[in-house]
Design a protein around this ligand. Structure first.
Ligand SMILES: Cc1cc2nc3c(=O)[nH]c(=O)nc-3n(C[C@H](O)[C@H](O)[C@H](O)COP(=O)(O)OP(=O)(O)OC[C@H]3O[C@@H](n4cnc5c(N)ncnc54)[C@H](O)[C@@H]3O)c2cc1C
Length: 466
């Protein structure tokens, strides 16, 4: 069994590394779906554009998603009613952009039409599904009322509509290939941004000056004065892939209940996701993986992995200009494919001073008001962070050693991996994720490989021992 995402094998490492100081009109920081699509949208302009990625392109959250494509997620379950119409339009626009990109360049990316079920396992949520049906009727979106029969999942009612699944890395690899006028730099970590007449971006290697900056780093950690930590939180989920006895392998499904089940198929095998957790809530990754693999929908697990995404308090993306000539796109609430297509078009429009897709600017504005009702949620986050911190101190395992400042993992061959114990971001104690063999921050989601290289999250620095 491999402890990594099924999309990993499609990742390509092929871009250059920054080897001198440079100057650009636009610099995009972060090479996930958000950054890559923004680059693509600026490809045929007269702007000199670069994208820097601290690891390899697409290797962040984007390479670990389930990759279902539907505009109906979160409809009437999370998005407020007065924001729903515009949100739905944005998702339908996202789908149109995605389809056009695939069609215009004939991109082979296993983009498949698939019956998509939205279901509930709770009698008490049937009403909610009925309300969604009413909304779909009003918006003339085709669906059928249905029952989803999956052993072990007690579906009470389901809405069946017609949407898609995709191989996100195959698709985005082609988008990168098509962006021939963009300079992509891999293994280039941005450490500091200084605002002068233009932006001065210090990387671990050289300096890049840029007139405009786009933050596509997922966690908005460079933007401190905007109070993001109390407007967003991170949620972690666990996924598995392998052969299944389910006969129908053509559908995808997700429920609207608190405990989420999400299913899709890829190459006749099942990709299954088990309940999402708020990041610091369940720091014991091993137990979470055990819970997921105890589900017998998959006969033999070939891959297991975890992933986390930014959840905003209002469940709407964060997209727009935060300071003069500085833009951000993130906060997709685990539904990044369609939102990032719209968001990247919006950012390109703003940079090019065009009006296209600007109708969503108010809905997705980064300077969201702090919702007082959600402060409780944020307090809970803070409690959870502390909780994660304490659990960090008391966790014991014979192959994992924690001291005040260092942590060490000894593998079964006796090789030792010594790293610094504290996350460079905000000094939380790191925990060892035994399944994926990574050092994970229980507070804000930074992750480091065995040797201490940062792989994801807000930390800008590695945890290697000098
Ligand atoms: C469990 C799970 C399942 C999901 N399933 C779906 C799904 O079915 N459908 C769907 O539409 N969406 C899904 N999503 C959501 C989707 O995966 C994300 O919203 C999306 O991939 C986020 O993309 P991103 O570009 O913002 O982040 P990332 O892909 O993480 O890209 C950010 C990049 O920035 C780089 N970076 C960070 N800091 C720096 C720095 N200082 N210098 C240089 N580079 C830096 C990182 O290395 C990273 O590569 C899912 C999410 C999760 C967690």
């Amino acid at each position: 069994m491999e402890n990594k995402s099924i999309w990993n094998k499609y990742l390509k490492e092929k871009q250059k590394v920054l080897d001198k100081d440079l100057e650009y009109d636009v610099l995009i920081i972060g090479g996930g779906i958000s950054g890559v699509l923004t680059a693509y949208n600026l490809n045929n302009t007269n702007l000199k554009v670069a994208l820097v990625e601290r690891n390899t392109l697409l290797s962040g959250i984007t390479s670990k998603m389930t990759a279902k494509v539907t505009p109906l997620q979160d409809i009437l379950t999370k998005i407020k009613e007065n924001e729903l119409d515009l949100y739905l339009k944005s998702q339908i626009d996202g789908l149109k952009i995605l389809k056009n990109n695939i069609k215009n360049s004939n991109i082979e990316c296993d983009f498949l039409n698939s019956p998509s079920y939205l279901f509930t396992t709770k009698q008490s949520n049937i009403k909610k599904l009925k309300k969604i049906e009413e909304y779909l009727d009003q918006n003339k979106i085709k669906y059928e009322e249905s029952i989803l029969e999956i052993p072990g999942i007690d579906s009470k009612l389901a809405i069946k509509s017609d949407f898609y699944t995709i191989n996100p890395i195959k698709y985005l690899n082609k988008i990168i290939d098509l962006s021939t006028n963009i300079d992509f730099y891999e293994h280039t970590n941005v450490l500091e941004v200084i605002k002068d007449k233009i932006y001065i971006v210090k990387t671990d290697k050289y300096i890049i000056k840029a007139k405009k900056l786009v933050f596509a780093t997922n966690y908005p950690y460079f933007l401190k004065p905007l109070f993001f930590p109390i407007k967003v939180r991170l949620e972690k989920s666990y996924m598995g892939y392998g052969k299944t006895n389910l006969e129908d392998k053509s559908f995808n499904a997700i429920n609207i209940d608190k405990e989420i089940y999400s299913l899709r198929f890829y190459k006749d095998k099942l990709l299954y996701l088990n309940p999402s957790r708020m990041i610091a809530n369940h720091v014991n990754d091993t137990k979470c993986f055990e819970k997921m693999t105890s589900n017998k929908l998959i006969n033999k697990y070939e891959n297991i992995w975890s992933n986390l995404d930014l959840i905003t308090n209002d469940y709407l993306p964060i997209v727009g200009e935060v300071f003069k000539n500085m833009y951000i796109l993130t906060g997709y609430n685990t539904w990044g494919i369609l939102s990032s297509h719209v968001a990247s078009k919006m950012i390109a429009s703003m940079i090019l001073k065009q009006k296209k897709y600007i109708k969503y600017a108010e809905l997705f504005r980064p300077r969201k008001r702090i919702n007082l009702k959600k402060i409780g949620n944020s307090t809970y986050n803070i409690y959870e962070n502390i909780n994660g911190f304490i659990k960090g101190i008391i966790t014991k395992n014979k192959l994992i050693f924690y001291s005040k400042d260092h942590a060490m993992y000894v593998d079964k061959d006796g090789s030792c991996y010594l790293v610094k114990r504290k996350c460079p971001h905000l000094k939380c104690n790191l925990l060892f994720n035994e399944i994926e063999k990574t050092w994970d921050c229980p507070c804000h989601g930074s992750r480091f490989d065995l040797s201490g290289n940062v792989i994801t999250g807000p930390s800008k620095y590695d945890i290697k021992v000098d």
